[in-house]
Ligand binder design. Structure first.
Ligand SMILES: *[C@@H]1O[C@H](CO)[C@@H](O)[C@H](O)[C@H]1NC(C)=O
Ligand SMILES: *[C@@H]1O[C@H](CO)[C@@H](O)[C@H](O)[C@H]1NC(C)=O
Ligand SMILES: *[C@@H]1O[C@H](CO)[C@@H](O)[C@H](O)[C@H]1NC(C)=O
Length: 346
């Protein structure tokens, strides 16, 4: 190779290395695939927390993977491309909890052309009128894990720390630990040094807002058109038996008022009762509100379907019911998801 040729060759290698890194974390080869996917138009984004919830969807005959490009792997996530009920979809599994759900949803909406987000999975149940196996679609979701933990000695009339800045508020409500002391009458004082936690709205930064100018959101409504469509599924047939063990009544779909999410697995009857009586919450999970909050900020229609797998600690048995009924709850949530997607326009 002549000197000139070597220089040209080195220059070519240099360009190649620049080309593969100039887009930050998204390499040229990934970007090419993403463009390929986006060329085919707008997709429904299906966001699901865990593999045991995703499997029944992937195994259903309604799901057909794209022949040419069945998935794009990026940032530890697999974005599965295909159709469900003949509608173009991208399915992403987030992993457990709020951070994972937020990251995966943001990646989905930043990288791909998505016209709506449908989230589904299983949940704990805080509503005494519902049973395991029922599927819920709440009108509103809140992240119930952002708290201001009040110092001991302060009460309802005392400002929270940083409240005057507008960082925190007493408008939403609180949980007072002293209300949950067992056998209160038998104690000299029921006061509890953990005092109270006050529920706080999330700070949000919508895409159409001024950058860095925060807004607040606690109850995030699902898309009203999606909610109206979902109502038509009222009489959908759901499964009521796991092997030969059947539930007392056949599960149904319920359009409920509220659901909440936090980085907490709730297996506690007192907290379940509190969330239901204070906030009228039915499903309690660890992801939906994160997906709702990201969709809200991105201005993308959102709805969530959650099958009830346990009583969030309210059951009579010692062990949590999720062990027995999580597969049934996941299957029923997929049945509602499929029914819903079938009703959407192409
Ligand atoms: C108070 O609690 C103690 C310990 O749990 C128990 O032994 C005692 O009987 C209780 N007293 C009353 C009056 O309930
Ligand atoms: C919580 O209960 C304690 C008594 O244990 C009381 O002093 C305090 O004011 C209560 N806080 C709120 C916010 O109600
Ligand atoms: C139901 O039956 C299948 C296959 O026999 C088994 O793998 C599964 O563990 C059973 N589920 C329950 C909850 O008993």
């Amino acid at each position: 190779m002549g000197c000139r040729m070597k220089l040209v060759f080195l220059g070519f290698l240099f360009l190649l290395s620049i080309c593969n890194t100039t887009d930050g974390a998204v390499s040229i080869s990934i970007m090419k695939k993403i463009r390929e996917v986006n060329k085919k138009g707008h997709y429904l984004g299906i966001v699901v927390p865990n593999s045991y919830e995703m499997s029944p969807l992937l195994q259903s005959s309604s799901f057909v993977a794209d022949e040419k490009l069945p998935y794009v792997d990026f940032s530890g996530r697999r974005f599965r491309i295909g159709t469900v009920e003949s509608k173009k979809v991208i399915i992403v599994m987030t992993g457990l909890s709020m951070l994972n759900a937020g990251i995966a949803t943001e990646l989905l909406l930043s990288l791909f052309r998505v016209k709506g987000v449908i989230h589904y999975g299983i949940a704990g149940n805080a509503n005494p009128e519902l049973q395991i196996g029922d599927v819920t679609i709440p009108r509103y979701w809140a992240h119930s894990g952002l708290w201001n933990w009040q110092r001991y000695g302060d009460g309802v009339n005392d400002d929270l720390s940083l409240e005057s800045n507008g960082d925190f508020t007493r408008k939403i409500g609180y949980l007072n630990f002293s209300d949950y002391t067992i056998d209160q009458a038998n104690k000299t004082s029921s006061a509890n040094s953990l005092n109270s936690v006050w529920y706080q709205p999330e700070e949000i930064f919508p895409v159409n807002g001024t950058p860095e100018a925060r807004q607040h959101a606690f109850w995030v409504p699902v898309n009203s058109h999606y909610y109206a469509v979902a109502k038509k599924l009222k009489n959908i047939k759901l499964e009521g038996c796991v092997n030969s063990t059947c539930l007392p009544r056949t599960p149904e779909l319920f359009m409920v008022d509220k659901g909440c999410s936090a980085n907490v697995f709730v297996d506690n009857a007192a907290y379940r009762l509190f969330m239901n009586t204070k906030f009228n919450v039915s499903p309690i999970d660890m992801e939906s509100a994160a997906v709702a909050l990201v969709s809200l900020q991105e201005g993308i229609p959102f709805i969530a379907v959650r099958g009830l797998s346990d009583l969030a600690g309210g059951g009579s048995s010692v062990s949590n019911e999720a062990d027995t009924f999580s597969s049934l709850a996941a299957q029923n949530s997929v049945a509602v998801l499929l029914g819903f997607i079938a009703l959407l326009p192409s």
